[in-house]
Design a protein around this ligand. Sequence first.
Ligand code: UDP
Ligand code: GLC
Length: 392
Amino acid sequence: MTGPRQRIAYIDHAQELGGAEHSLLDLLARLDRDRFEPLLVHCADAAWVEKARELGVQCEALLGMSEIYRLRRDEIQRGLWRNFQHAALTYQEARRLTSELRKLELDLVHTNTLKAHVVGGLAAHWIGRPLVWHLRDILGPEPAREVLRVAGRRVRPHVICISRAVAETLPADEPRRTIIYNGTSLERFCPRQPSAALREELGLPTGGRVLTIVSRLTPWKGHVVLLRAMRQVLARHSDTTLLIVGEAAFWNADYVGELEDLAGELGVREATRFTGYRQDIPDLLALTDVFVLPSTDEPFGRVIVEAMAMELPVVATATGGVPEIVKQGETGLLVPPEEPTVLAEAIIRLLEDGELRREMGTRGRERVLAHFDARRTVRQVQELYERLLVPA
Ligand code: UDP
Ligand code: GLC
């Protein structure tokens, strides 16, 4: 393309590196820089932004000063007075951000987190630039959903939904939506021999099978139900180890201790490893036999695609976007949430059938190649930008 590059501001208020930020970094890494010039607008104390800087992305710490960023989703709109206060703070913050964004001479604004959709969305509307909301949440009938609806009517975003399940949460008469699945790197998540050194580091018994969950340690990811299922798995296969990979959010730091205590009470503590946050997810998956994600409601679940790319069979709950990724009986087994016995039965079935594990794993990677390749995701996002940037 000839002519100047289009400047796009990505707005993300998260302090910690979650799936939304991993997905954004994947996009930034592959964005066609001949056509688009990305800028990241973030909170002052967000360490993950360093990774964007390493990709040569201009980063601007323009968020985080307002109290609005410290508000939890379940604290929004409690009572009329609080509601009024939050609305006033949001308006004030959006006004401030508007004057900052104006200086950046942008062509388009792409928001990546819920608060950014509202605050950044208003700012984009006021500077008169096309707006993309990258919607990554399934909001229940909670006030946050209403706030988003009201804001959406005002700022008229084009909404990228990370799954059909997410799209279904939007008002039925909302036409400006596109489903674009998160993709993964097929080079990074590529099958390899398991590392003997890593097995030793984790203290895995020789010849024993390994179950792995990778996720933030937060109640809705279903660790409790998995620990309960593990008790039944161990009754049949005592040499199985469960790897619990990931860390708790900073506001919920005690949760690891709670899970460790529960594992102790259930008698599965010795067979469980809490690894904390790891950078070497592909290597951990390479020594895994079955990947598990028993979330109560999962908008998408990047980790499932990563596991499939590593040719692993998946046991996950039939919630949110998961059935769009895992084909029941073909690339994994889907179970209802909160049912430890059904979960244990699915895991045991796969542990006992090496042939089925291999078949599902092979089909899993094929499915990722066809539908969840990071390059495809970026292509679809860029096509959307081009449509939105066509001069009226
Ligand atoms: N992740 C990681 N190390 C960890 C835990 C998670 O690198 O110890 C990555 C994981 O590989 C995935 C992302 O964090 O890419 C989590 O995204 P997902 O969509 O599964 O979950 P979210 O936390 O966004 O709900
Ligand atoms: C959110 C969702 C997760 C999704 C991720 C990336 O954090 O909880 O399901 O995979 O965003 O879009």
